[in-house]
Ligand binder design. Structure first.
Ligand SMILES: C[S@@+](CC[C@H](N)C(=O)[O-])C[C@H]1O[C@@H](n2cnc3c(N)ncnc32)[C@H](O)[C@@H]1O
Length: 279
């Protein structure tokens, strides 16, 4: 159901497709105040990881260093793919670029627009019409997973269609389950096959249903290289850093009721990748 500002009315118990939009609305209502709305990710290993939704509204000082690096490499006209509420789009626009944000979540787009971002509803691989052409496609916040898997090659071809000469893709890929030195903590004997996760969101007294179990299909560099084959895109630079999964936002509490036994932070490896359209 659409309401007047173009966003959708929230169902009583949102599904996985609503989760980010729902959380973003909760974060907006909280006015960026930490401790009000959380995302809980439960992994098939039994690990529980929690993040404060206001992380998605936070300034650069709370970003993964890989995302700061990726945004710093934006050039010319920029399409921010999976823009969420627009934290990266806003920073890149402030740096003087013409920026369009793109996200399939109408609620995310509504929040991003209220925050001053030229945000459009849509996603990859089927880009909406009328976007124009771009010099940079930004996949920050770990968004490079969108270029892996069966849709990766189709998505890269679709981006090439709206790319200016010499265009670049910059973004980050997240590798979970590492310790603070970047060494994998996965027990390979117990973790055969893809790792799966599911998540739910708590906001006040409302709690979403658990999402479906989804594979964590993060693109390794090899997967990204496979996606790039015959698309004209080529990997030009990678830079790996190890960061806390979630930043320690001021005044964060677990007062929402769930999450007392949930890790607030754990480490992830964040790989900044730059690709160039050469074909
Ligand atoms: C974890 S959030 C990150 C948002 C933002 N990149 C950030 O870091 O603040 C992932 C976002 O990707 C969006 N998304 C999911 N599938 C997508 C697709 N096929 N194309 C573009 N965005 C997508 C979701 O709606 C969600 O807003």
């Amino acid at each position: 159901m659409l309401i007047e500002d173009g966003s959708e009315a929230l169902p009583d118990q949102p599904t996985v497709d609503d989760i980010y939009g729902y959380a973003f609305r909760a974060g907006e209502e909280a006015g960026g105040r930490p401790g009000v709305a959380r995302l809980i990710y439960e992994f098939s290993t039994g690990a529980l990881v929690s993040e404060d939704v206001t992380r998605y509204f936070a300034d650069q000082e709370y970003w993964w260093p890989g995302d700061v690096l990726a945004c710093g490499q934006a050039a010319g006209r920029v399409l921010v793919v999976g823009c969420g509420v627009g934290r990266h789009a806003t920073a890149v626009a402030q740096a003087g670029h013409d920026v369009v944000g793109l996200d399939p979540s109408s609620q995310a787009v509504a929040v991003a627009r209220r925050r001053g971002v030229d945000a459009r509803i849509g996603g990859i691989p089927d880009l909406p019409d009328g976007l124009g052409t771009f010099d940079t496609f930004l996949f920050a916040g770990g968004g490079l997973f969108l270029l892996s898997g069966p849709n990766g090659q189709k998505a890269l071809r679709a981006l090439a269609e709206v790319a200016n000469r010499g265009a670049r893709i910059v973004g980050t890929n997240v590798i979970p389950f590492v310790d603070e030195t970047g060494t994998s903590t996965r027990d390979s004997s117990r973790q055969a096959g893809p790792v799966r996760h599911r998540m739910r969101v708590k906001h006040g007294s409302r709690l979403t249903a658990w999402s479906r179990w989804e594979p964590i299909d993060r693109p390794t560099m090899a997967q990204l290289e496979i996606s790039a084959r015959d698309t004209g895109w080529s990997i030009e630079e990678t830079h790996r850093t190890v960061s806390p999964f979630a930043p320690e936002l001021e005044h964060t509490t677990n007062s929402a009721g769930i999450g007392d036994d949930v890790m607030e932070t754990g480490s992830v490896a964040v790989v900044m990748v730059r690709m160039r359209l050469v074909g």
